[in-house]
Design a protein around this ligand. Structure first.
Ligand SMILES: NC(=O)c1ccc[n+]([C@@H]2O[C@H](COP(=O)([O-])OP(=O)(O)OC[C@H]3O[C@@H](n4cnc5c(N)ncnc54)[C@H](OP(=O)(O)O)[C@@H]3O)[C@@H](O)[C@H]2O)c1
Length: 182
């Protein structure tokens, strides 16, 4: 009798996480820049996203100072409607879904959507997100021009992972929360 030795199925699951810092009114930025300088949150962003896919809108990519582009030790994926947009060592994709698909095809366990406002909004609307790392900055910014989307708090379970007091390196106090889709 022929021996039946089925091979184990290949499991490739990619979780999709958003990471953002938001003000009390979900402010994100102004004039294509951030609204604060919070070193410990920048370090958290770096530590969390290092070695992963980072998916971002073309305007957010533009907002990164040239000396930090592409974000080092991460696969930079830029979302643009312009098929000719190119930047060295980066991928350009025509949609968020295409960017996620690239991560899936390459076996990425956790792909990060890193902004900005347009991309976060579409990712929430299209229900593409499994987790969120949100830094809640305890301040308001009346002149903000870009906002994180409203999200249904009941859909998420959340855990406080860090508090950052204001000091010389961190302009405003913050709390970093990890949200998981219920
Ligand atoms: N606080 C934070 O954590 C945080 C994080 C990231 C960014 N930000 C801030 O957010 C602001 C930038 O956000 P933003 O909303 O203006 O722009 P964005 O979301 O970064 O980028 C928008 C661009 O993405 C492309 N795009 C959007 N939807 C698309 C789709 N469905 N298909 C293909 N391409 C698409 C388009 O690029 P093309 O025009 O090239 O077609 C569009 O102009 C800045 O102020 C930045 O500092 C804050």
């Amino acid at each position: 009798m022929e021996e039946n030795t089925p091979s184990a199925p290949e499991i490739t699951t990619t979780r999709v996480a958003m990471i953002a810092a938001i003000g009390r009114n979900r402010e994100l930025g102004k004039n294509n820049e951030l609204l604060w300088h919070i070193n410990e949150d920048m370090q958290f962003f770096k530590d969390t996203t290092i070695d992963h896919y980072v998916i971002m809108g073309r305007k957010s990519f533009d907002s990164i100072p040239k000396k930090y582009k592409p974000l080092p030790n991460r696969v930079n994926v830029i979302i643009s409607r312009n098929p000719d947009f190119m930047y060295e060592e980066c991928y350009t994709c025509a949609s968020i879904e295409e960017g996620i698909e690239l991560a899936v095809e390459n076996g990425e366990p956790m792909a990060f959507i890193i902004g900005g406002g347009e991309i976060y909004r579409q990712a929430i609307e299209k229900n593409l997100v499994d987790e969120m790392f949100l830094t809640h900055v305890d301040a308001s910014f009346a002149d903000a021009d870009t906002f994180f989307p409203a999200y249904d708090h009941l859909q998420w379970e959340k855990e406080l992972i860090r508090t950052i007091p204001a000091d010389s390196q961190n302009e405003f106090p913050c709390e970093i929360w990890h949200y998981r889709k219920k």
